[in-house]
Ligand binder design. Structure first.
Ligand SMILES: Nc1ncnc2c1ncn2[C@@H]1O[C@H](COP(=O)(O)OP(=O)(O)O)[C@@H](O)[C@H]1O
Ligand SMILES: [Mg+2]
Length: 390
């Protein structure tokens, strides 16, 4: 029986590969093309849970057959040292994945971070080349002979040098790039210099902040990386793809049908936001297993969605209490009921419209709100549903 295999129909977290990877074909082939040909660096912009990491990982998987691809998540980085260490580690891992003999280099690199400096100098000298270069600067940083900007410069030079030695090309993927915006203004001007001069390295950034996009990439004369990267916005996945995915997965894995009204209910609740349609799918799948459903109808989706909201509640609660000002919370409560313009929200709250412009534009910059024409709506429709139930 098909459903005795331990293969789930839906998937959250980890690598999202076929058959779990839905749509994004155009974006994927465009990004792969730009990386392979080194023709341009790109930044992928989307709110959280829209599938940035999954897309970046898919690009990495495709291009790593023919070039090096180093994936780095910038989340939680505290400063130049973190950035340097994680970038070098990722580049060496990519190198080691492609060339078995490079595994020793990766081990040596890890020693550079913790073994006694003196012995490491000798080992690095023996290895020579780009590894010696980056490693000895890292050792000098340990002994405080060089400062953070020097460390950053060394990190950014390393991929190009390594690629040059090996006659390689390399894609450097920096996921959640906005996490770097806080810690060193210097970093972005270093990036600019490198992007202009490097011939073997191409970058792929992702970000979940429009503010960052404008600040780092968007303003002529002001933004350090102005016009240096292509931009790609990820929206929700179109409904037909989501419906087909549900139909095929439920049928192929469980031999279960889902009605048209149930499918409409699914996208009514979670739209085409990948994280949520996968999570809701997992809920339905649990019903199939535990209640022995042989067909899914709209009421099943209703109760599955209720459970999903419950499960997400702690996360939403935490954000609700820590991320927003009091005024922003008031705005969000109004917009959760229905989308509106500045003056409509102002009227609802009984305040002058100009008082709201700052709060609204900050929310839009953080992609919490989406602006369509003059109308604002909450980007995350599941969060909006949770707010309505509050
Ligand atoms: N193209 C996709 N097809 C199917 N599911 C996806 C896709 N992209 C993302 N997902 C689902 O959404 C989850 C979150 O995606 P992720 O890429 O981590 O979002 P982000 O990085 O934008 O916050 C993934 O674990 C997966 O379950
Ligand atoms: Mg991500």
């Amino acid at each position: 029986m098909a459903n005795e295999k331990a293969v789930p129909a839906f998937k959250v977290g980890g690598r999202i590969e076929p058959p779990y990877f839905v749509d994004r074909e155009e974006e994927l082939s465009q990004l792969v093309h730009d990386a392979r040909t080194l023709s341009q660096s790109n930044v992928v912009i989307a709110p959280r849970r829209f599938g940035k990491t999954a897309l970046l990982r898919a690009v990495e998987a495709q291009v790593s057959r023919e070039m090096l691809a180093a994936y780095v998540s910038c989340l939680g980085m505290l400063g130049a040292v973190d950035f340097h260490d994680r970038l070098v580690e990722a580049v060496l891992s990519a190198f080691a994945a492609k060339h078995g003999k490079a595994r020793r280099l990766l081990a040596t690199w890890r020693d550079v971070l913790r073994k006694p400096v003196v012995g490491m100098r000798e080992i690095l000298e023996e290895i020579g080349g780009s590894i010696e270069g980056v490693g000895s600067i890292r050792l000098k940083f340990r002994t405080r002979e060089v400062d953070e900007p020097a460390l950053l410069a060394a990190a950014l030079d390393f991929p190009e040098r390594l690629a040059e030695e090996g006659g390689e090309r390399i894609l450097v993927i920096l996921d959640e790039f906005q996490a770097l915006a806080g810690f060193n203004g210097h970093l972005f001007s270093l990036f600019k210099e490198r992007m202009e001069s490097q011939r073997r390295v191409v970058y792929l950034f992702s970000g979940s902040s429009l503010g960052l996009l404008t600040e780092v990439f968007g303003r002529e004369g002001k933004s350090p990386l102005y016009q240096m990267v292509g931009r790609l916005f990820l929206g929700e996945i179109p409904e037909p793809h989501v419906h087909r995915y549900y139909r095929e997965r439920l049928r192929d894995v469980h031999g279960v049908d889902i009605s048209k009204s149930a499918l409409n209910r699914v996208t009514g609740y979670v739209g085409g936001i990948p994280y949520y349609f996968q999570k809701l799918g997992l809920e339905l799948e649990r019903d199939i297993a535990l209640k022995g459903l042989s067909r899914i109808d709209a009421p099943h989706v209703d109760t599955a969605f209720e459970r999903l909201l419950e499960e997400l509640s702690a996360d939403f609660q935490e954000r609700w209490q820590t991320r927003f000002s009091e005024q922003q919370r008031a705005i969000l409560k109004v917009l959760a009921r229905s989308p509106g313009t500045v003056s409509e929200v102002a009227k609802e709250l009984g305040v002058p419209a100009p008082n709201l412009t700052y709060g609204l534009s900050r929310l839009a910059e953080a992609m919490i709100l989406t602006k369509e024409g003059r109308t604002y709506r909450i980007t995350d429709r599941v969060f909006a549903a949770w707010l309505r139930a509050l």
